[in-house]
Design a protein. Sequence first.
Length: 203
Amino acid sequence: MGFTRAQLESFRGRTVDDLLPDPLKLLVVGINPGLWTAATNTHFARPGNRFYPALARAAIIDHAFDTRNGISDADRAQMVAVGFGITNLCPRATARAEEVSAAELRHGAERVRRLVQERRPAVVAIAGVTAYRTAFGVPRARLGRQDGDLEGAVLYVVPNPSGLNAHARLDDIAAAFAEAALAAGIPTGGKGAGAPTREYGRD
């Protein structure tokens, strides 16, 4: 199934359910839902987004999920089984992440802090270094494992998997998620195992 532009626009401002398994080992924090994500209630659902292909390449999941109509219950169960969760800094859906204000990102950072305090993931991975810098007030932050933690969780900043982010290759994104997953105790295909923290592209 596809959506017309008008149909997608009708989902502007909608929210998407967080994926929060119990126990929660790794919490991935996106910037905000896109319109396709809101239409399907599936994070990172827009065709061309490299999130699920990267997770499959890292062998965190066993195949790249087809998200055009939202992921299946079986696919969602794969994520839940390994303790892989997803939320966003800003809950409202927009056509582009640039539509989210700095104030919304800062407010989202406080919400994420409270969520981490409540759910206690082992690792938090924020997708997008530019959004992370703004949201958490760390203008010189770089991709990879951060020096400090986030409310007791090991903190990573990973590349934004959006197809609009031309700076990061699929292999870079897969390696970044693999490193964060391994730190959280989630099995992977070995990508990133023992690898030092490094930059995986610029965003």
